[in-house]
Design a protein around this ligand. Structure first.
Ligand code: ATP
Ligand code: MG
Length: 174
């Protein structure tokens, strides 16, 4: 861990494919350069191929804070509970400064579902150790989060096979 560097806040948002994939790509780059990664998956509680990274890299930790594949409509009480637990844990991870890169995958969706507020996320980001790089992903990024970030990339959907009825596939989407 290089405590002399400055860590930035990145957001990958938008309705095109590539947000989680980009966060995973960045994670690999950090790991392969000797860094450590904490990867939290909000709104998700099902097996993904990327979990396999935990057994390959000892500096990679992935935890899920959701139920099922993802929330489609009203979040359940259990979804709410898990999101809150995840948020509290991520707060500790960020303020400990133990990981070089912290990914908060789909945390933006948990704001949309009112499981976590934007204000809570912004104050959590402020309490992180300055060398920690943070990535937040999810479709509908609120303006306040965009303003708090240093880098925002919007994945723009030009075409998506989801609209033609192609469901998520293992090895491609999960
Ligand atoms: P990837 O993980 O492939 O990089 P992503 O992180 O950009 O994708 P998410 O917003 O996390 O995309 O999408 C999760 C899943 O939702 C996708 O795997 C896809 O099957 C499905 N999906 C894609 N487009 C839509 C849509 N318009 N409405 C609902 N679900 C969609
Ligand atoms: Mg995603």
């Amino acid at each position: 861990m290089n405590k002399d560097r400055k860590g930035y806040i990145q957001i990958y948002c938008g309705n095109g494919k590539g947000k989680t994939t980009a966060a995973l790509g960045l994670s690999l780059r950090t790991l392969l350069s000797g860094g450590s990664v904490y990867f939290a998956q909000f709104c998700k509680g099902s097996e993904t191929a990327e979990m396999g990274l935990c057994s390959i890299f000892e500096n990679f930790v992935m935890e899920q804070y959701g139920t099922g594949k993802f929330i489609v409509s009203d979040p359940s009480e259990e979804d709410r509970k898990q999101a809150r637990q995840g948020f509290e844990h991520c707060k500790n991870v960020l303020s400990s400064g133990f990981f070089d890169l912290v990914v908060l995958d789909e945390i933006i969706l948990s704001v949309f579902y009112q499981l976590i507020t934007v204000e809570e996320i912004i104050s959590m980001l402020r309490t992180r150790k300055p060398w920690v790089e943070v990535v937040l992903t999810g479709r509908k990024a609120p303006r306040e989060l965009i303003e708090a970030a240093d880098l925002v990339t919007e994945m723009k959907k030009v075409k998506h096979y989801f609209d033609a009825g192609v469901k998520a596939r293992r090895g491609i989407e999960f």
